[in-house]
Design a protein around this ligand. Structure first.
Ligand code: HEC
Ligand code: HEC
Ligand code: HEC
Ligand code: HEC
Ligand code: HEC
Length: 430
């Protein structure tokens, strides 16, 4: 039987189980043979995964249908990957290939997301720098082990010829010994090993942090969580509790297995306005009556780490604008919050020095933007003061927080921006 399979239509009812070896990462579009999966009595031999983490996720999705639907189509989230501009709006828009769903999770899209692939070409001359995007199986490190020697090593990249699938189910679930790990003690048609720590942040540390703890730097998400959120007791949540909300269901639909608390494989982050809007609170006040002084309070109320976190490309802008009693905008100001590229603040003064670095391109890109505000740490309330010159009048102060996936491209390109919140305040200056 041949069947046209369309990504957008591939929902609960329309779910068609595909078993195919040719389907390595061909995604959904195309003519594909479809076979209804018959649960087999025979265990699948261990050699089922000779490709290691390059094993196509569709193979797992045949049995773990709901999880695959979340991972590949973001089913249940509001994810949206739009085309991105690397620098100038005159440049070509980097779009996802047509055969993948732009509503898939970042993990699903990691092998085809044109942003990191293009960035690697421009910034690193194509070197396999983005090793977390296509990793070999790794051992889950212990949260305490990560203290010794205190740095988080880089994952090992798959060979270039095997990058296509990006981050697969196997990237997280395959142990270096080639066995599937999970949080439960199960009977499955494949070998499994129960690892309770899969439910803790240790699981995410390897790719969501690199090197030593440097407050304010990029690639610190796990360390931010551990040092700023978990250790001081701001919350009990692990990464999964916020990023993989659980539901009761069978994790393999066609099998006689118990209903369990199963994590939704959604990982909403910078591509989800639902997620982003919960991160920060914004308050504007005039602390002294009649005085032309303003304060903006930006409060990290929703993230178990700094905001923005992760890649140095991310930024949050605070935009403020003052309108007089006749409705004229008279003065405005903008602040940028972003992770530093290196282990010191981004700074124009380093531009000459940067030229000698092996990662000159990326370092210059960050330093050329000059100094900016540090990221807002877990639980932090950041206060920014502004004393514009204002004559006696009644004014309206308008302020908004905007999240940007790529702070290095032209600001007029807004497809990668999300307005997080807006506020306004009436002030009287005497
Ligand atoms: C032939 C069907 C089938 C295929 C193919 C399959 N699985 Fe499973 N898997 C199962 C069943 C059945 C269970 C047991 C579920 C339960 O008891 O909740 C299971 C359990 C699991 C668990 C839970 C283990 C635990 O200890 O908690 C994980 C994780 C898992 N599979 C991942 C994968 C991955 C990754 C792939 C692809 C590389 C895959 N599976 C392919 C049927 C399958
Ligand atoms: C094998 C490496 C790896 C592991 C392990 C991993 N991630 Fe990721 N994660 C990535 C990469 C790479 C991306 C970005 C992919 C892209 O955008 O192209 C990403 C993206 C994300 C995003 C979305 C960011 C966005 O831009 O929308 C979230 C949220 C996330 N990961 C959470 C987690 C959590 C929670 C865990 C632990 C359960 C985890 N990740 C484990 C590598 C990993
Ligand atoms: C970024 C890492 C990552 C990727 C990619 C990933 N998983 Fe998981 N998976 C996890 C984590 C972490 C858990 C444990 C969740 C928790 O805390 O309950 C889990 C749990 C599971 C379980 C056991 C049920 C449960 O929720 O405890 C199954 C089955 C499973 N995953 C299958 C898959 C399949 C199939 C894919 C690909 C379609 C996949 N996973 C992709 C990280 C991942
Ligand atoms: C208390 C809930 C909470 C916990 C715990 C939490 N996060 Fe987040 N996470 C958020 C919120 C809210 C955002 C959106 C704001 C942002 O991007 O910083 C987010 C965003 C992200 C992003 C998106 C960054 C991007 O560039 O798109 C990643 C990746 C991420 N989290 C990973 C993790 C990891 C890894 C852990 C555990 C070490 C973790 N989160 C723990 C709430 C949480
Ligand atoms: C330590 C693991 C790790 C390494 C090494 C790494 N990345 Fe990433 N990368 C991530 C994660 C995790 C994300 C998800 C977003 C976040 O955390 O902000 C990401 C996101 C990105 C993004 C943004 C994609 C998007 O979804 O918008 C680009 C571009 C990128 N990486 C390029 C690179 C390049 C180029 C290199 C080599 C210099 C590299 N990465 C090395 C883990 C890594």
């Amino acid at each position: 039987m041949m069947k046209w399979v369309n990504c957008e239509k591939m929902n609960v009812l329309g779910w068609i189980v595909i078993v195919t070896e040719i389907l390595l990462f061909s995604g959904c579009a195309g003519i594909q043979p479809t076979v209804k999966y018959q649960p087999s009595e025979q265990p699948i031999p261990k050699s089922q995964w000779p490709l290691g983490t390059a094993t196509s996720s569709e193979e797992c999705g045949v049995c773990h249908q709901a999880i695959y639907r979340e991972y590949a189509f973001g089913f249940g989230a509001d994810l949206q990957f739009k085309g991105i501009v690397y620098k100038s709006t005159q440049d070509m828009i980097l779009n996802l290939p047509a055969n993948v769903s732009a509503r898939g999770t970042a993990h699903f899209l990691a092998g085809v997301d044109p942003f990191p692939i293009h960035a690697r070409g421009v910034e690193e001359e194509g070197k396999s720098c983005d090793v977390c995007h296509f990793p070999e199986p790794f051992k889950i490190m212990d949260i305490e082990e990560l203290n010794i020697p205190g740095t988080i090593p880089k994952p090992v990249a798959r060979p270039k010829s095997q990058e296509a699938g990006g981050m697969t189910c196997a990237s997280c679930h395959l142990t270096p010994e080639g066995i599937i790990r999970g949080p439960y003690d199960v009977k499955a048609p494949h070998q499994t090993v129960q690892i309770g720590r899969m439910r803790t942040s240790d699981m995410c540390a390897y790719c969501h942090s690199l090197g030593k703890r440097v407050v304010g730097k990029q690639t610190q998400t796990f360390l931010e969580w551990r040092e700023d959120f978990n250790k001081p007791g701001l919350g009990r949540q692990y990464c999964q509790d916020c990023h993989m909300p659980r539901t009761l269901r069978k994790s393999a639909e066609d099998f006689d297995v118990p209903v369990r608390a199963v994590a939704r494989h959604l990982w909403t982050g910078g591509h989800s306005s639902q997620r982003l809007r919960t991160a920060l609170g914004l308050v504007a006040i005039q602390p002294k009556e009649g005085k032309p002084e303003l304060e903006f309070h930006i409060i990290n109320i929703g993230a178990g780490h700094s905001v923005p976190t992760g890649s140095n490309r991310r930024a949050v802008y605070l935009k403020a604008d003052i309108v007089d009693s006749r409705g004229n905008s008279i003065v405005n100001r903008e602040w940028m919050f972003a992770p530093w590229y290196g282990d010191r603040p981004d700074e124009k003064a380093f531009l000459e020095e940067d030229k000698k670095r092996p990662d000159a391109e990326s370092a210059i890109q960050a330093d050329a933007q000059g100094p900016h505000e540090a990221t807002i740490r877990a639980g932090e309330e950041r206060i920014l003061s502004w004393a514009p010159e204002l004559k006696t009048d009644n004014y309206t102060v308008r302020a908004s927080l905007v999240y940007d996936l790529n702070r290095y491209n032209e600001r007029t390109f807004t497809d990668d921006q999300t307005v997080l919140s807006s506020t306004s305040l009436s002030v009287k200056v005497e």
